[in-house]
Structures are given as structure tokens and as C-alpha cells.
Design a protein around this ligand. Structure first.
Ligand code: C5P
Length: 331
């Protein structure tokens, strides 16, 4: 039965990686579309971040309710959240960091052109790997580091081609954007690995319950962010200023994306997640070929090939290790 279980785990892992790839591709197209539109009332991004947290919390509460009988639902929420303050407090760190990160990504996106923004945000590939080594004490060999480097170069080439440079808009400060995205990537790597460590640690708390615990900190702190940076706009124009169906869809999709990341961290890991999102970038560029009549250049084809190659390079080592382990197990 152990064999069957690991087989179903492996299927789950493949399924979530494919789903995350598709999810991310649509996310990229959606954000690009909502940004490319010319609207007068631009929505307040801190409000969008807060609403994403609220939506994720509602979805997670619903999923926790599915795991429990209705009668036990409230008591298990109380038992896991209020009566174990120390355990709840553990997720406070990744929860807060994710809020800062999500806000920083909006800052970065409004100060950098799309290509620079997306290329620098691929630094996540390295920060996740570095924190995997430091915090989870897993080691990566030379081939795997090399594969990560190839992945980074591949995705960068794809993006160089995918997004033509846009004219600088008044008020944009590339340095601010660059610092924001670099800091956000460090935070992303750290928070992701920290969450992975908590989730795969000894306490038997479900993934959805962990996310409800995170929401306990994430919802108030993201609300605080609205108050600190946009209270004037929000009080004069209203909380939901500029929220049309596209913005709502983006917020909802962002939330679904966050929860998909959580599932991916559970069944695979943070590094696999970054591979999935890199493939998503290739796919969304191909998608925009059909949608926006974009013609691929040699740079794009070369970059996309590097991305695919890096995946085989990285996982060939993994499958070699697991084959060796199996052999050792058999002996
Ligand atoms: O790509 P990256 O790992 O930086 O994306 C993290 C995103 O996933 C953040 O928006 C974060 O809020 C979300 N997330 C989540 N629940 C988790 C882990 C991550 O909503 N358990």
C-alpha cells in the first residue's frame, strides 16, 4: 500500500504542477490585459492585496468545513487556532512576509516596465534554492545549480522577446522598482521555504487550516497597509474605487494562485513551483502570440528551449537519486 500511496502522491504532484503552470499563464495574461487597458480610475493595489487575503480565507474556511463534520467545524477551529496560540503564531512570520511581498510586487510593477519586472522577479528561482539549502538543509549538487542558472537565462530570454520595451511613464522610478522586486524575491524565497518547513513539520495540521491560521495575521496586516499608504484615496474615493469585473477577476485569480502555490508546496516543493511558473511564462508568451499577433523570434525559441532543457537537467539528477535509493532499498 506504501507503493500505491507514493504513486498517488506522485500523480497529485504532477497534476498540481500542470495546474499551476496553466493557472500562472492565465494570471500573467490577465494582469497584462488589466494593465494594458486605459482606465481613468486605477484601483488601489493595497485594497486588492487585502481582498485577495479575504477571498483566500473564505475558500480555506469552506475547505476546512469539508474536512470536518459541521458540528466539529467550529470546535476544531477553536482548538487549532485559539487554544494553540504558539502553533498559530508560527505561521505569523510567513503570513506577514507574504503581505509585504504581495504589496512590493505591485510597487515593482508600477515602477518597472513589464520585461524588467518579470525578469528580475525570476530571482525567486535562486532565493528559493538558497533558502532550501539553509533552512531545509537539503543539498543541491552542481548539476542542479547549473540547471537553475540555465532556467534563469532561458526565462529571461523569453521575456526579453515577449515584452517590447514601453516608454517611461512620468513618476516611474526604475531604481525603486528594482529594489522592490529584489526585496520581494528574497521575501518570497524565505516565506515559501519557512511555510514548507512548518507544513512538513511534525504537527498534524491540515494545509487549509494552516492557511486559515495565516489569514488571522494576513487580513489585519494587509488592512493596516491600506490605512498606512492609501487612507486618503480610500476615504475620499471609497474602498472599491476602480474595481470593475476585470480587477475582481484578477483578485480572485490571484487568490486561487496563492492557494495553488500552497498545494504545490505541500505535494512538491518551492523549487518545483518555480519550474512550473517558468513554463507558464513560456506558455503565456505563446498564448499572447495567438491573442496579440505576436511573432516568436529566435531569441524566444532559444530561451524556451533552455527552459525545457533545464527541467530535464534538474529532474534527471533527482530521478537518478531516487533510482539509486530504490536500488539501495532493494539491497
Ligand atoms: O511565487 P511565490 O511563491 O512568491 O507566491 C507566493 C504567493 O502565494 C503569495 O501571493 C502568497 O500570498 C501565496 N501563498 C498563499 N498560501 C500559502 C503560501 C503562499 O496564499 N500557504
Amino acid at each position: 500500500s506504501i507503493g500505491r500511496e507514493s504513486q498517488s502522491n506522485r500523480n497529485m504532484k504532477t497534476a498540481i504542477l500542470i495546474w499551476l503552470t496553466l493557472q500562472n499563464s492565465i494570471h500573467t495574461l490577465l494582469i497584462r490585459y488589466s494593465r494594458a487597458r486605459e482606465v481613468e480610475d486605477m484601483f488601489v493595489s493595497t485594497v486588492a492585496v487585502w481582498l485577495t487575503e479575504v477571498i483566500k480565507c473564505i475558500i480555506c474556511l469552506f475547505l476546512v468545513a469539508q474536512e470536518e463534520t459541521p458540528r466539529r467545524f467550529l470546535s476544531s477551529l477553536r482548538a487549532q487556532i485559539i487554544e494553540q496560540p504558539y502553533d498559530t503564531l508560527k505561521v505569523c512570520i510567513p503570513a506577514m512576509i507574504y503581505i509585504v511581498q504581495n504589496n512590493l510586487f505591485y510597487v515593482a510593477a508600477s515602477h518597472l516596465d513589464a520585461a524588467t519586472f518579470m525578469i528580475t522577479s525570476q530571482l525567486k528561482i535562486f532565493t528559493a534554492a538558497i533558502f532550501t539549502v539553509i533552512i531545509l538543509r537539503r543539498s543541491l549538487n552542481q548539476t542542479q545549480w547549473f540547471a537553475l542558472g540555465v532556467l534563469f537565462i532561458g526565462v529571461s530570454l523569453v521575456q526579453l522577446q515577449g515584452t517590447s520595451s514601453t516608454a517611461k511613464i512620468a513618476g516611474e522610478s526604475p531604481l525603486v522598482g528594482f529594489i522592490a522586486v529584489v526585496v520581494a524575491c528574497c521575501l518570497s524565497g524565505f516565506a515559501g521555504i519557512y511555510f514548507e518547513k512548518i507544513l512538513k513539520g511534525s504537527a498534524p495540521v491540515s494545509l487549509w487550516m494552516r492557511n486559515v491560521q495565516m489569514a488571522v495575521f494576513a487580513i489585519p496586516s494587509s488592512f493596516l497597509a491600506i490605512y498606512v499608504s492609501d487612507s486618503e484615496t480610500v476615504t475620499t474615493k471609497g474602498l472599491l474605487y476602480g474595481f470593475d469585473s476585470i480587477v475582481w477577476l484578477t483578485v480572485l485569480w490571484y487568490g486561487i494562485g496563492g492557494l495553488s502555490v500552497a498545494v504545490c508546496i505541500k505535494y512538491a516543493d518551492n523549487i518545483a513551483k518555480n519550474f512550473a511558473t517558468s513554463v507558464a511564462i513560456v506558455l503565456s508568451t505563446i498564448g499572447s502570440m495567438f491573442l496579440f499577433d505576436f511573432i516568436p523570434s529566435l531569441t524566444f525559441i532559444f530561451g524556451a528551449s533552455l527552459v525545457i532543457f533545464s527541467i530535464f537537467l534538474y529532474s534527471s539528477h533527482q530521478s537518478m537519486v531516487s533510482a539509486l535509493n530504490r536500488l539501495r532499498g532493494d539491497v
